[in-house]
Design a protein around this ligand. Structure first.
Ligand code: SAH
Ligand code: F3S
Length: 443
């Protein structure tokens, strides 16, 4: 049987897409998966274009894989995902060993595309649009947790971002296909799903009749066997009181929200075309905290957007302190071809971006540490993931607020179970706890 090796870069949506492609190839193309690129007859790289660094990683991997072609002339190397859409010319120039380039709309036809490369013995490029299809194939049984894409694309056109170019228009999958996929996952033992979309909280407005994420969450909540539901990424512009209500009222929806702020300066937010101000964002945070006490909040920030002054950056620091995030991702602004911000004046030097990045992470650490300490002594619901990474005799799981907890299961607890754990100690990146038999609180 021919062997397939898949390498995935980038976001959770890419992980989901890689599984679909590998699922199609293993189920219908008669491939089997291998962990070793040297053994493979087909290597697929699912790529990310969000920052330049992500693209450089792919080019260096392609350089590394090139000698394999000398050893196995039948080896096919394919590049899929965002770079296929954005960098097709550069891939051709910099990586002539690549035989196949295809965008995410063409995943459904991956088998046919690989066959065409073999048959025609020449490179194949497939980056056009295609009708929206819901693929649910997987190369292996799903584990305890699974991602489920509920919508594709994005139409927000934030001035720094390539996603609208690489992933196309915003299109929601109909609720019925999503529910059928999750039902099947639950039947196979999946306990937690994360619904994925670039602006997941805009879900459903393009459907006929229109619907929304809150309505979808209510229906997902009804699925037997499933214990938890999460969703990413929400955009502040589309955050409604109805969705905030669902975070409180729909039992399986975890009380945590990733709400990218990007910048705390109104001037920069406007230049980014984000569609909200710091005041509006703070209003949303106030509503979230009031409606869902103890909600865990996380965010994405960009430092060094063109024209960002020390004063603008200080406003971002101020927002981190005011909101009190549980965790955050900070990115140095990266110029992306074809985006409006790439040609703005006032590009910020790399050393300044690096300094601001370090500073924001220090502030984030200082803000989140007391939040973990505040959990000491509390009993929290934990979904058991498996053995702890640090001590194989211990178990590890996640709270509803997505913190890792290590505890002794005493041989009485199985992977996939929901248990109550009393938090005994907050460590820098995880919690320690002790199993309790009853009593439930949500963090
Ligand atoms: N759909 C999400 C964003 C997806 S991209 C949203 O609504 O915000 C994930 C994160 O990458 C973004 O939140 C942003 O912080 C970061 N990012 C996107 N483009 C970037 C760029 N050009 N440079 C640096 N970071 C970027
Ligand atoms: Fe990108 Fe903004 Fe959409 S960050 S994914 S254009 S919401």
């Amino acid at each position: 049987m021919p062997k397939l090796h898949v390498i995935t870069y980038g976001c959770q949506m890419n992980e989901y897409d890689s599984e679909r492609a590998a699922g199609l190839l293993t189920q219908f193309g008669h491939y089997e998966l291998t962990d070793s690129p040297a053994e493979a007859d087909l290597i697929l790289l699912n790529t990310c274009s969000i920052r330049e660094k992500a693209e450089e990683k792919v080019f260096s991997k392609l350089g590394e894989l090139r000698p394999l072609k000398g050893r196995n002339p039948d080896l096919v190397i394919g590049v899929m995902g965002c770079m296929a859409q954005l960098q097709k010319e550069r891939i051709r120039q910099r990586a002539p060993s690549v035989d196949l380039v295809f965008g995410s709309p063409a995943i459904a036809r991956v088998g046919e595309l690989v066959d065409r490369v073999r048959r025609e013995r020449r490179p194949v490029l497939e980056v056009g649009e295609a009708p929206l299809v819901k693929l649910t194939t997987r190369p292996r049984r799903p584990s305890l947790k699974a991602f489920v894409t509920v919508m594709e694309g994005c139409e927000k056109h934030c001035t720094f971002c390539v996603v609208p170019v690489t992933r196309g228009r915003e299109r929601s999958h109909p609720p019925e296909t999503i529910l059928a996929e999750i039902q099947e996952l639950a039947r196979q033992g999946v306990r937690e799903v994360t619904l994925l979309g670039q602006t997941v909280n805009a879900y459903g407005r393009d459907l006929a009749p229109p619907t929304d994420l809150a309505a979808l969450l209510e229906r997902v909540n009804e699925i037997d066997g499933l214990a938890r539901v999460r969703f990413v990424t929400s955009n502040p512009y589309n955050l409604t009181s109805r969705l905030i209500g669902a975070l409180r009222d729909v039992p399986k929806v975890c009380e945590s929200l990733h709400l990218p702020l990007q910048s705390g300066s109104n001037r920069i937010l406007a230049a980014m075309n984000r569609g909200y101000t710091r005041e509006r964002y703070l209003e949303l945070i106030a509503e979230l905290k009031e409606t869902v006490p103890g909600i865990a909040l996380s965010t994405d920030l960009i430092v060094g957007f063109p024209g960002e002054t020390e004063e603008d950056f200080a406003q971002t620091v101020d927002m981190v302190e005011r909101v009190g995030y549980d965790s955050l991702f900070a990115f140095r602004y990266s110029r992306r071809p074809g985006t409006p911000a790439a040609t703005l004046p006032g590009q910020v030097p790399e050393d300044v971006k690096a300094r601001r990045n370090t500073r924001i992470l220090e502030v984030a650490e200082r803000v989140s540490a007391p939040k973990a300490v505040a959990l000491e002594g509390r009993e929290l619901e934990v979904l058991v993931d498996g053995a702890s990474k640090r001590d194989r005799r211990q178990l590890a799981g996640r709270t509803r607020c997505h913190r890792v907890v290590n505890f002794d299961g005493g041989g009485r607890v199985d992977v996939g179970e929901i248990v109550q754990v009393r938090i005994t100690q907050a460590m820098p990146h995880s919690l320690r706890g002790a199993l309790v038999e009853e009593g439930a609180h949500v963090c």
